[in-house]
Ligand binder design. Sequence first.
Ligand SMILES: Cc1ncc(COP(=O)(O)O)c(C=O)c1O
Length: 397
Amino acid sequence: MQDIRKDFPNLKEMNRGKPLVYLDSAATSLTPKKVINSELEYYEKFGGSIHRSVYELGEKATNAFENSRNNIAKFIGASKNSIIFTKSATESINLVAESWGFYNLKQGDVILLTDMEHHSNIIPWQIICKKTGAKIKYLKSTEKGSINLDDLKKSLDKNVKIVSITHASNVFGTINPIKEIIEIVKKNGSKTMIDGCQSIPHMKIDVQDLNCDFYAFSGHKMFGPTGVGVLYGKEEMLEKMHPYQTGGGIIETVSMTDSTWTTIPHRFEPGSPMAAQAIALSEAVNYLGKCFDNYDNSLNEYSLERMKSINGISIYGQAPERTPIISFNIEGVHSLDLAHFLDFEGITIRSGHHCCQPLMSALDISSCARASFYFYNNKDEVDFLIEKINKAISILK
Ligand SMILES: Cc1ncc(COP(=O)(O)O)c(C=O)c1O
């Protein structure tokens, strides 16, 4: 299985003079050579501004960009027109909040979130509340880091207009039972916005089957380049929405005083798009699809069991269905000190609030450490992590 490692040039790099042990893929995954080459190919062989140029180079770039949209659509079981390229999941969620929320929410309406949301799925809604008079309510996660479906049912009433929820938590690793959640929410007549940042890198997603209204994700967490994300939206929803950012490329007509919009998905992609990155994202989904078919991404159980052996450890989130993320604190050792210590051993982990300050408050902590694993990691790296954490404890405690 580990022949996959040769595809990642980064894995040959050193970190503080030590061989790199990369355990921060939930923040951003490493990039396979094929994806890097795809981006390079755009600059070497295509060029020209897409959707605007009549010359051959520009036409080639436009075709590659639109083929990428098509390929990504197929990857998640969507139609081509329901895929909008954004710069990130953050931008995708902002787009939903502004382009749907601003026009559809009013005083008295409720946006239901959970306490495990990333700031990217909280703040855009806070801003919309200020503009519309709507309110946010939070569903509290259980001790194991799960969503209780009975609690969800109790939180729903006619005022809840949208439920915006993460498919998988970037702190707990919990994979929420999103299909059941969407079914429950739909029965209430509310819309659903799913943050797929932490799920799409680990499982096959079919948005038709899920029946969500919106699904957002980022390229850089799923082997893709930085600077590109995706918003899937049901066509019938997108058709009724206004652009949230405006400029060139999204219009039908512009007069001195007003403008009309072009068709979807281009209506939501103002300005010159991130062509090289969007094209390379197509290569990333091809690569990810092959990983799903050929590799086991289950360091989950092994890493959790090994981590539990560490003295004084508190692990946050132990739901049965999880992505390979372990968030933890060790009694007497600050997570930031631990991350610095491991850095000098070549190990990269994350420490901080993980853009989840409301969840940190709910857990009554200010920060925690997080190790996250991906297809290119192996058991030896987990063992090395445990060895070095134990060394850190013996020195720092
Ligand atoms: C669950 C979740 N949502 C949203 C985001 C934001 O993604 P991006 O920074 O790529 O926009 C992240 C990134 O860490 C995340 O983990």
